[in-house]
Write a protein that binds this ligand. Structure first.
Ligand code: HEM
Length: 104
């Protein structure tokens, strides 16, 4: 049983947004670039493409003290991020979350 709190799991799972088109590092590489870039708040610099980085949910994480604490932990410790992401993802699936219709 994993006793991580829900806030920690939210921050760990959100790290999946390092993948894809929202501007957090290499779109094809799963790493902790998401957290390093969140700490820089590039979306606050106006008049450049960096203002396009991230979703509203990504931006909101940095404004919450408890989330920010985990962002700093994962920015500094990629292995901990990998471990916590894996645990949080298993908890998510165990709680009944499914993709789309639930058929694979
Ligand atoms: C905190 C709640 C979340 C919200 C509000 C959210 C919202 C979104 C949205 C709107 C996009 C599309 C971005 C775009 O326009 O390109 C997106 C992309 C994505 N999300 Fe989430 N998401 C959340 C959590 C998660 C979680 C928990 C995971 C997986 C564990 C995840 C994995 C992804 C991935 C991999 C992409 C990129 C897909 C691609 O670019 O092809 N997200 N998310």
């Amino acid at each position: 049983m994993n006793h991580a709190c829900r806030t920690q799991e939210l921050v760990a799972l959100s790290g999946a947004h390092t993948l894809g088109s929202k501007g957090f590092g290499n779109p094809n590489v799963f790493d902790n670039a998401y957290y390093k870039i969140l700490l820089d708040k590039p979306w606050t610099s106006s008049g450049s493409m960096s203002s396009m980085i991230g979703l509203p949910s990504d931006h909101a994480l940095v404004e919450d003290d408890e989330c920010l604490r985990w962002i700093k932990v994962y920015a500094g410790d990629q292995l901990k991020f990998f471990g916590d992401f894996a645990n949080a993802y298993v908890n998510l699936v165990d709680s009944g979350a499914v993709w789309g219709s639930g058929e694979i």
